[in-house]
Design a protein around this ligand. Structure first.
Ligand code: 0A1
Ligand code: ZN
Length: 890
């Protein structure tokens, strides 16, 4: 165990820095043994700081060679050096600090600071990685103008990149060369980047609306040059979209993206030089699934949008992280919606939020969108900061309306360009632009937890009135026991026998109506409120939380017939889908109960309503395929677990599988018809229509495969062998791998071997191969995963591989991970202990499944907790893992 308790950093302790760094001049000399960095910093005391304030710089994991003030090297007695800080007790009010440091990038497995990925050097500085490069005021409110010189062996590192514009270059001695980059925009150190390698580039240009031509360049290893077109097209679309929708134009003459294999996150928005995980930039039909294509589009846009929401206007401190992340996720979600199918995008985002963010918010790591404290900021790149943060921005847009929201965003960018600001500044701009008081709304930023709405509806036929009573509450979370009422926009409609009804809300000052859409937004601000709709000629079914207008849990006592009506008649796509999920949850819930009582489900018939709902969906060719595919997807085990107070692992798995099989058999003809009807000879396209078609087809294939007969096996095998795109290949492979018959097992073994043989030189494809096996629900999963740890296709130092194998197994294969013996938990803890020394960020992330122990039965709780306790006594436990483990045990 740690012999000291890492200290928590508190929002309320924020103080402006004592010094500013006006200019940062860096010189990197890259060499195999070690890299030497010389930093020249122009420092100036903050006018608000005390006259003799010491200069305290952050620095970690490097050797200090020399430190000089205005050119005079300091003797060791003139400064203090610890593992994390360099303190100069006496410095002038304005001076030049020179710092020489030596780093070992090849030994840096944390993938933070300067490190090597294969043969290339790259950096990752967000949030606090710059302090592994040189001693610095590594905090986002210190913004500086950077000049970077890189000197390296010419043949091994022909490409040398940093932020901004290339301003000079030259030849050196002994086969070396150098380049100099200058970034005219002041930025915090977390946006600094450097890349050196033997890279190829795809080039293009974009002409901004004011007529400037920007060079666009995507750098990859030579073998990946054929996988950059989709990212480039996405980038150009994103640039045009940000001009049109937010009036934001790009500012430098060049925009670069570099793909690296070893990366902790998806990508990073460094100024003018985005660094990407290969998984978020490379795409071609033969190697990449539809989901992969969509991810590339979304992440390219996300990082590009950060140029304004994050770089031009940045965060004052890391408690404001959602200022840039929530806003940018909202922006990228709207972009993706515009590029593809808005309903599908919304449903996918809500599924993620309701399954994983709600679980986070109900667990030991729950925190507000603006946290009040942290031990290790890397642990706060969470679903709450990103996805819930985006939902909060979405609510603002919906409350203000698109036009006022745009005015607010214009005001925010104009007012704060070049500054490091707070979430309060953002909300203030929205208030000033709209004239609305958002005081109560701001509780969404400071209070953790998912609010719960209990809704009751009463119809009075005589008065032709429908009354909705809505109560809100929020469960306690680690940050606070009691909560104040939230300001919640609740979008509603009423659905009659034939479809949506016109709305007339009594005394509509508490709601805003859009009568033509049959939709209105009720603004909830109190613990309980009542809303009366007048002139309602028939008993309606309320359509609630349209478009998922707020990140809340909503309970309404719908009958299954009500849900059927919403599924077929509601005009709101989200609510139609949600009704299908609620029906699925109810039906599976019955089966879970039955399994709990009898331990088996052999003779349980499928619910006739669900059967007929699915039959209608499959039979009606006029419906939107994307919607049909979504509505045919049963609630996932993860979502069912989130809804349960105590997760019954076996019952949830058995119930869902049983229902799938029952649907497979009862609708066999329909699945076959839909499968064949959606096979297409057209060349692969990644547009919404083609994606929907493949999604529906592969949903059908999944059901057909459950029959486990020769015909369906043959369909899977043929699709696996003949498909020209990874979406179809992988869908067929997953069916084979999850088959249980002897014939399916034999086919699966052959397919897995053929797949690896063909794709062994494509790491991203091998990761999908690992993932499909890690997700296999057949018994024996743990042994399979342990064997794969030893496979040459796996490498524990590569985060993508860790996520593909260990992450998929522990997060998406409950029946195999949650073994009653606790062997799954022991396995995960063993991996976390290894990762803790290699890569603390990834180790901490991998801990999540164990932190959910409170959701399981007493025996499992004991086993999970004992593994957490075993991790906690590890010597050299990183702050990252310490924070997650200790918080989850308290
Ligand atoms: N700002 C990036 C995410 C990111 C965060 C931390 C990283 O390293 C610890 C890397 C990337 C984004 O939102 O895309
Ligand atoms: Zn981001």
């Amino acid at each position: 165990m740690k012999d000291f308790q890492p200290r928590a950093i508190l929002l309320r302790d924020y103080r402006a820095p004592d010094y500013w760094i006006d200019k940062t001049d860096l010189h990197f000399s890259l060499a195999e043994e070690a890299t030497d960095v010389t930093a020249e910093l122009m420092l100036r005391r903050n006018a608000e700081a005390a006259a003799g304030a010491p200069l305290v710089l952050h620095g970690q994991d490097m050797e200090l060679i020399e430190v000089a003030v205005d050119g005079r090297p300091l003797a060791p007695r003139e400064y203090q050096l610890t593992d994390e800080l360099l303190t100069l007790p006496q410095v002038p009010a304005q001076f030049k600090l020179t710092c020489k440091t030596r780093l070992k990038p090849a030994q840096n497995t944390s993938l933070e600071g300067l490190y090597k990925s294969h043969s290339m050097y790259c950096t990752q500085c967000e949030a606090e990685g710059f302090r592994k490069i040189t001693y610095y005021l590594d905090r986002p409110d210190v913004m500086s103008e950077f000049t970077t010189t890189i000197d390296a062996d010419r043949s091994r590192y022909p490409v040398l990149l940093s932020n901004g514009n290339l301003v000079d270059r030259g030849e050196g001695d002994g086969g070396r060369h150098w380049v100099r980059w200058h970034d005219p925009f002041k930025k915090p150190a977390y946006l600094f980047a450097l890349v050196a390698g033997d890279l190829c580039a795809l080039d293009d240009t974009f002409t901004t609306r004011s007529g400037r031509e920007v060079t666009l360049r995507i750098f990859v290893e030579a073998k990946d040059l054929d996988k950059c077109d989709h990212a480039m097209a996405s980038l150009k679309n994103a640039m045009a979209w940000d001009e049109k929708v937010y009036g934001r134009e790009y500012d430098l003459d060049i925009f670069m993206i570099v793909a690296v294999d070893d990366f902790n996150m998806g990508a990073m928005e460094n100024k003018g030089l985005n660094i990407f995980n290969t998984s978020c930039v490379l795409a071609k039909p033969e190697t990449t699934t539809d989901a992969g294509f969509q991810r590339v589009e979304a992440v390219v846009a996300h990082e590009y949008f950060h140029n304004w929401s994050g770089n031009r206007v940045t965060c004052r401190d890391w408690f404001q992280l959602s200022l840039k992340e929530g806003f940018t996720v909202f922006r990228d979600a709207e972009f993706s919606a515009d590029m593809g199918s808005p309903t599908v995008k919304r449903v996918e985002d809500v599924s993620l939020l309701r399954t994983l963010q709600f679980a986070e918010d109900a667990g030991p790591m729950s925190h507000p969108v603006q946290p009040a404290s942290f031990i290790e900021i890397s642990n706060f790149y969470t679903l709450t900061i990103y996805e819930k943060g985006a939902e909060v921005v979405r609510m603002l847009r919906n409350l203000l309306g698109a036009a006022q929201f745009r005015r607010g965003s214009d005001l925010y960018f104009e007012r704060h360009d070049g500054q490091a600001v707070t979430i309060d500044d953002f909300v203030k701009a929205m208030e000033d632009a709209s004239g609305r008081d958002l005081g109560q709304f701001k509780r969404w930023y400071s209070q953790a937890g998912t609010p719960v709405l209990e809704v009751d509806g009463v119809y009075d036929a005589g008065r032709e009135e429908f009354t909705l009573t809505v109560s809100q509450s929020c469960p306690p979370t680690p940050d606070s026991e009691t909560k104040l009422a939230f300001h919640i926009p609740l979008a509603v409609g009423l659905v009659g026998e034939a479809g949506p009804l016109a709305l007339r809300l009594r005394g509509s000052d508490s709601g805003t109506g859009e009568a033509d859409q049959g939709s209105c937004v009720l603004e909830l601000t109190k613990p309980q409120q009542t809303f009366v709709f007048e002139g309602v000629a028939e008993k309606p079914v309320p359509s609630l939380l349209r478009g998922f207008s707020a990140p809340v849990k909503l309970h309404y006592d719908y009958s299954r017939d009500d849900l059927m009506r919403l599924m077929s008649r509601d005009s709101d796509g989200f609510c139609r889908w949600d009704a299908s999920q609620q029906l699925g949850v109810a039906v599976i819930g019955d089966l879970i109960d039955r399994y709990g009582k009898t331990g088996e489900l052999h003779r349980e018939p499928a619910d006739p309503r669900l059967l007929s709902a699915h039959r209608e969906l499959l039979d009606d060719d006029s419906l939107d395929r994307a919607m049909v595919a979504l509505m045919l997807r049963l609630p996932t085990e993860a979502y069912l677990s989130e809804l349960a107070d105590t997760v019954d692992v076996e019952a949830i798995h058995a119930a869902r599988q049983h229902l799938r099989k029952a649907l497979a058999l009862a609708l066999a003809e329909q699945w076959e018809r839909v499968y064949h009807g959606n096979c297409s000879d057209e060349a692969y396209r990644a547009d919404a229509g083609a994606i929907a078609r493949r999604s529906l087809k592969n949903t059908a294939l999944g059901y057909l495969a459950l029959r486990e007969d020769d015909n369906s096996l043959e369909l899977c095998r043929t699709q696996f062998e003949q498909a020209d795109n990874m979406t179809d290949v992988l869908a067929a492979l997953a069916c084979l791998v999850n088959g249980t018959s002897a014939a399916a097992t034999a086919a699966s073994t052959a397919a897995l071997a053929a797949f690896y043989q063909r794709w062994q030189h494509e790491p991203l494809v091998v990761n999908q191969w690992l993932s499909v096996q890690a997700g296999c629900v057949a018994p024996g999963g743990l042994a399979r995963v342990k064997a794969l740890l030893q496979h040459p296709g796996f490498d524990i130092k590569n985060p993508n591989k860790v996520r593909a194998l260990i992450g998929t197994f522990c997060n998406q294969n409950a029946i195999n991970f949650h073994l009653k013996s606790g062997a799954g938990y022991r396995f995960l803890a063993d991996q976390i202990i290894v990762l803790n020394r290699l890569n603390p960020q990834i180790a901490a992330r991998m801990t999540t499944p164990l932190t959910k122990w409170q959701k399981y039965d007493p025996q499992r709780q004991i086993l999970m907790k004992s593994e957490l306790e075993r991790i906690l006594i590890e010597p050299d436990l990183s702050k990252d893992v310490y924070e997650v483990v200790s918080k989850s045990l308290r």
